[in-house]
Design a protein around this ligand. Structure first.
Ligand code: COA
Length: 158
């Protein structure tokens, strides 16, 4: 079994190269559902979002590199709970992408585990992810990592 390349926290100097991975992630989702078609200025908007992930103590961006080339990224954020709930906060893994050529070598698992460890270190005990109903590989991946269906998000066209 080939070992998955290591995972580390991303920094500002990674963002140019990670933007390309994020663009691929968005294109992949647009193929699943036109709702995810990129708007004008999408890449600049992602950069802004990614800079926030690097700057906020309750957020992190992870990268996996193989031979100095990024092959995967994962973003995680701590979200405050509704004031009505006993649970104060939870984590959300908001982005996960592994380049097609690097898949099924444990890169996705290593990235997700880094995000889960980050969430645990911030004291939260529950992590959510959103996965599209037609994203079969994503659903299988999250199930393999122990995630279970929680809320059905329903949508209707007007
Ligand atoms: C989902 C994704 C991140 C998985 O990355 P990966 O590096 O291939 O995942 P891993 O190698 O760590 O796989 C871990 C386990 O998940 C499951 N899994 C991963 N991909 C799978 C697939 N295509 N079909 C079925 N099970 C899969 C397997 O149980 C796998 O363990 P195994 O290889 O020992 O059988 C990657 O396929 C991807 O980027 N997909 C497109 C973007 C996406 O869907 N992101 C998640 C959206 S929420």
């Amino acid at each position: 079994v080939t070992q998955a390349p290591p995972v580390r926290r991303a920094g500002p100097r990674d963002l140019d190269r990670l933007a390309a991975l994020w663009t691929a992630l968005l294109a992949h989702h647009a193929g699943l559902d036109p709702v995810y078609r990129a708007g004008s200025g999408a890449e600049a908007a992602w950069r802004h979002l990614a800079e926030g992930l690097l700057a906020r103590p309750g957020a992190a961006l992870f990268v996996s590199e193989s031979g100095g080339v990024p092959v995967g990224l994962c973003a995680v954020e701590i979200a405050q709970a509704s004031p009505f709930l006993a649970e104060r906060a939870r984590a959300e893994i908001t982005e996960l992408w592994v380049e097609p050529a690097a898949r099924r070598r444990g890169v996705g698992r290593a990235l997700a585990e880094a995000a889960l460890a980050f969430a645990g270190s911030r004291g939260v005990s529950r992590v959510e992810i959103r996965v599209h109903a037609r994203n079969a590989e994503g659903r299988s991946f999250w199930r393999a990592l122990g995630f279970e269906p929680f809320v059905d998000v329903l949508a209707r066209r007007l």
